[in-house]
Design a protein around this ligand. Sequence first.
Ligand code: AMP
Ligand code: DBH
Length: 563
Amino acid sequence: MTPRPMTPRPSRRSPFAPCTPYPPDVAARYRAAGHWRDDTLGDLLSETARRHPGATALVGPSARSRHTRVRLTYQALVDRVERAAAVLASQGLAPGDRVVVQLPNVAELAVVVMALFRLGALPVFALPAHRESELVAFCRITDAAAHVVAGQGWGHDYLATAARVADTLRAEHRDPPVVIDVERCDLEAADPVPLRRSTPHGARASEAVAFLQLSGGTTGVPKLIPRTHADYLYSVRESVQICGVDATTVMLVALPATHNFPMSSPGMLGVWMAGGTVVLAGDPSPRTAFGLIAAEGVTTAPLVPPLVQAWLTRAERDRAALHSLRTLLVGGARLPDSVARRVGPELGAQLQQVFGMAEGLVCYTRLGDPADLVETTQGRPISEADEILVVDDLGTPVAEGDEGELLTRGPYTIRGYYGTDDRSSFTSDGWYRTGDRVRVLPSGHLRVTGRSKDQINRGGEKIAVAEVEDALLRHRAVHDAALVAVPDAYLGERTVAFVVGEPLANDLTAGSLTAHLRTIGLAGFKIPDRIEIVDRFPTTGVGKTSRAELRRALARGYTERSQ
Ligand code: AMP
Ligand code: DBH
């Protein structure tokens, strides 16, 4: 029997919130230059399957039994994706629906994400570390139709968290998302059904928003990043060239796979574009990683700096496992120059530094760059069309080579966040304020020297200072709170929260505050590494209470006391 094409059902959800579009003349320029094309992320796997049907596309644990390693050819993966798209459609998902995807690195993650693209539904890329606080916010902002989780077998009871998220939303008279548990739901239960294409924004389907990424953010409310098929595919295509990804590439993904870095720089999508193999690690430990590298002949991997250090330690006794490794992509946080120098000699892989952001701009050191640029810079932008501006505190461009805040615009950098009127991260002429302080070298390479945003980078995991302080202030006995970063040899930065209690709150302890943050449902990496209860914040002696000054003084005081 010939399957009938599935007709998308009109969504009962609120419509997709408006996103700030690229100005029409700019969009026309990107189209004319060939940066933006007509294909979509839903076409990516089938295009490659036509060229390499029998090549291995994916190796990874299965959600249902973590010790089973699933191995899928491109043909088999496309078949699974088409079946899963039909299953998701039968669960009521329609084109344009937003779907929170919160999965560990299991084969089903790849299947679900690619099936959502196929269906024209928009994944909202949560991380496994997110808890009620973040998940409720994602659902509120997007009016999510579904929340995809991996049951209870992956180190946390995701199902219970999903139920609490739904309860909270119901209490607010919102329509909670349908919970889809990939441990229980059979994603292969339906025949692959040819899906009728939806073109949500008229004929240019490729210029519609494809998914929502997360920003580390600087405020109490998470920010969602709307990326289009055309802009993302451009960045992936160029990344594939720059990183030399081809059909012989075997990429290990030990970082959470829905993060922008392992997804697209060049990431899983880059490997699938080129016909290579993605190997998912079910946990990020060097032990698991080294085992997979040896067993699967892994050639490359995206890593954050703390993982590089962990790999260096393991390589002291297990260097032989790394024989197939060719390159390592390192980014997410500043890689210390001293660690960068050890990658070649001790891991036997060529280092590529990556300085990127889910909002867009990605910089790479190039494979042919001299060693000193690779070891001491964070690379140069992907594209000639990436515009870079370095400005002082007043927004005036600095002299060439001077340090300042990085602003950027380009063919894959967003012009606004999703579903908010807050334009504070963008200038009136469309530049994205990265909040990163950089220096541009004569070669065009950027050195990241610091940041001007209220964000802490804990080994690549971004923490908005205001979000944690707000969460602490929700405790009845907390009068004031300040979160500061202290330097850490392994993570780059650790967090310390200083808390002033209410006058009669004698029972305030670090333990009770940690418990409070967990009850609120804050992601584990945002829980302060240390909480100090103080009588009052020390004064700076400047005469005014600038919070920035206060934080600096606190950080100084803390390091002095801890020495
Ligand atoms: P997000 O906006 O949450 O995607 O996080 C992107 C941010 O991560 C950047 O704006 C930088 O602050 C930081 N980052 C990413 N890669 C690097 C790197 N190689 N060196 C220093 N900081 C980095
Ligand atoms: O930290 C990041 O967000 C990041 C790092 C490297 C990123 O988004 C990317 C490459 O694309």
